[in-house]
Design a protein around this ligand. Structure first.
Ligand code: GRF
Length: 226
């Protein structure tokens, strides 16, 4: 049976779209049962509806406190039957109750190489800092923001002229590849968390081009002879 999944988002939903496409292509072993947003105007809801996926809106402003908002989220997720929760640009911090209810079953994606540049401005912060390499990180959700055990990361070059938008576009293209992969691994029971370390089953091995050869992304690239 395919794992029932709920996707939570607040905005465009391009990561949701990447997942829907992979589910419909039969590449991800998941059944997206619900797309839930805290904003009624999130374009991600339209993307879901277009593909016949049930949607729900739980507006944070409609609840007196975070506990009540979280309880409403939990109720909507429970009603959908989802066993896995995927945060895809969900711009609210979740409280301990919902985090513990889905411990080891909730993922988030962050547009920087954690633990660098956590928070809501990952791409512009990295661009402003002048890093030469940035990227994206899929991690399990724990009680601290952008903090849980890391499942997968992908790196992209950051260029001296980049602003957050240019760097962010390069990162987003990779988000669309690594997030569906991570969701597939989780849904097929291949991720095992031991402390801060996430083990991929069967055992993860270094990529072929890295075996003994050192780093595979150097930016700016090395010149001939180095
Ligand atoms: C992405 O940059 C993701 O890393 C961050 O929120 C953004 C969501 O983008 N958590 P989209 O709504 O999937 O297009």
């Amino acid at each position: 049976m395919k794992t029932p999944v709920a996707v939570l988002l607040s905005g465009s939903g391009s990561n949701l779209q990447a997942m829907i496409d992979k589910v419909q292509a039969g590449v991800i072993e998941a059944d997206i049962r619900l797309v839930l947003s805290n904003r009624a105007d999130a374009f991600g809801l339209t993307r879901a509806a277009k593909r016949g996926i049930p949607t729900a809106v739980v507006e944070h402003g409609a609840y007196p406190c975070r506990e009540a908002f979280d309880a409403a989220l939990l109720a909507a997720i429970a009603k959908s039957g989802a066993r896995v929760v995927v945060l895809a640009g969900f711009m609210r911090i979740l409280g301990p109750e919902i985090v513990s209810a889905f411990a080891g079953r909730m993922l988030n994606i962050h547009p920087a190489l954690l633990p660098s540049f956590p928070g809501v401005h990952g791409q512009p912060d990295a661009a402003r800092h002048g890093v030469k390499i940035s990227g994206c990180t899929v991690h399990f959700v724990d009680e601290k923001m952008d903090h849980g055990p890391i499942v997968i990361q992908a790196a992209v070059p950051a260029l001296a002229d980049d602003d957050g938008k240019a760097l962010g576009a390069r990162i987003l293209a990779l988000e669309h590849r690594i997030y569906p992969q991570a969701v597939h691994w989780l849904c097929t029971g291949r991720l095992h968390v031991r402390g801060r370390h996430v083990h991929l089953d069967p055992a993860d091995v270094p990529p072929a081009d890295m075996a003994g050869a050192g780093p595979c992304l150097v930016n700016p690239p090395l010149e001939q002879g180095f």
